[in-house]
Design a protein around this ligand. Structure first.
Ligand code: MG
Length: 378
């Protein structure tokens, strides 16, 4: 089997998530967004799908790297894309490499009639989820006060969630960041949901060492499960300094570049207690499974970053914790259970016990609405 083409179909859809000047998503007015459907096409008719690469990048970088390859040679394709990143880093991010890698796994699963996690080697098909909020905002009754976070946490627990993660206030909100306000929100949530719900926080990512230590110590008093990315992850020394002093689990790295290499360095330096990565942070399922096995070798847990089909299949193929699936980002004003207009259903419905179930359809299990995409083609 050979890859003969990678098709890109841009299409319009309506979204009610707007981006602030720093890139954080918040609820907002409906507006048009352009998406792209990526289709890997082969000479035997097998196809794999993904979203979100612009046509120029596919034409000028991806196609020259992968055309003519056997789509089952995922490791060779991934290694080549990784090497091509050195001189094409301006356009060939880990996210884009991840889209191609996921589409190849999707193709393999569809061709063989198996869900991806079974190809990886299944371990479980049900994963507990935590409710992961959007960043704080100034929308009345949204995520604007500690009280609002507490209200929303209570609502999530009623839906079945056993765990809740706050993303607190960050710039461009004029008074943010503020570690004391982070603690106030965390305290309000803990007091509202009681001691039996796992709570985590993902705060401003550029606190100083002393601010991060203050926050961590306050969260220990509140019985939080973990703290995530309170400082710039490029400073491994800062995380060694912080983790050495805190009892609460420090989770990371999440956004730091370098795939499995970076995770290995963090582990040997004891920079965090629990490692982290998601398919679009590290370049796909192929490298994320390497990270999972790296963590297993060192006896370190690995919490998977972000929702989505790729991460769900990895979680279902992990024999070590990853305890939770990150479901979100959630907000009181957003209906997360309503599928995007170009999908027939969401990938991760929540059951009444706060679990998600890995899709059993062939491939990644994403139900694409091809008619919608055709009708809204740009
Ligand atoms: Mg995070």
């Amino acid at each position: 089997m050979k890859i003969t083409d990678i098709e890109v179909q841009p299409f319009k859809y309506v979204s009610n998530v707007v981006r602030d000047t720093e890139g954080h998503g918040h609820p907002g007015p409906e507006h048009d967004v352009t998406g792209t459907l990526i289709t890997i096409v082969t000479d035997e008719g097998a196809k794999g799908y993904g979203f979100g690469i612009n046509p120029d990048v596919v034409e000028n970088v991806i196609k020259p790297a992968v055309a003519g390859e056997d789509p089952f040679y995922r490791e060779r394709i991934w290694q080549r894309l990784k090497e091509w990143q050195r001189l094409h880093l301006g356009v060939l991010s880990d996210r884009i490499v991840g889209v191609i890698d996921l589409a190849l796994w999707d193709l393999a699963g569809r061709y063989l009639g198996q869900p991806v996690y079974r190809l990886l080697g299944g371990y479980r098909d049900t994963i507990p989820a935590y409710a992961s909020t959007m960043c704080g905002d100034e929308l009345p009754g949204g995520l604007d006060t500690p009280e609002s976070y507490a209200n929303y946490a209570e609502e999530c627990v009623k839906k079945g969630y056993k765990a809740f993660k706050l993303h607190t206030w960050m710039p461009p909100i004029r008074w943010a960041p503020d570690p004391k306000m982070d603690v106030a929100a965390c305290r309000a949530v803990r007091e509202r949901v009681g001691p039996d719900v796992d709570l985590m926080v993902d705060c401003f990512h550029y606190y100083s060492r002393e601010q991060a230590l203050y926050l961590g110590r306050e969260l220990e008093k509140l019985g939080f499960r973990w703290i995530e990315e309170p400082m710039d992850e490029h400073s491994i020394s800062s995380y060694v300094w912080l983790s050495g002093q805190l009892d609460i689990a420090v989770v990371g790295p999440e956004t730091s570049e370098g795939k499995m290499h970076t995770r290995a360095e963090w582990i040997v330096r004891n920079a965090s207690d629990i490692s982290r990565g998601g398919v679009f942070d590290v370049g796909g399922i192929t490298p994320l499974m390497k990270i999972v096995h790296l963590c297993e070798s060192f006896g370190v847990a690995c919490e998977i970053h972000s929702p989505g089909a790729g991460n769900l299949h990895v979680l279902a193929a992990m024999g070590i914790p990853g305890e939770y699936y990150e479901r979100g980002l959630l907000h009181p004003f957003i209906d997360y259970d309503k599928p995007a207009p170009y999908l027939k259903e969401i990938i991760d419905p929540l059951d009444g016990d706060g679990n998600v179930h890995v899709p059993q359809k062939p491939g990644l299990g994403i139900e694409i609405d091809f008619d919608y995409i055709r009708a809204n083609a740009v």
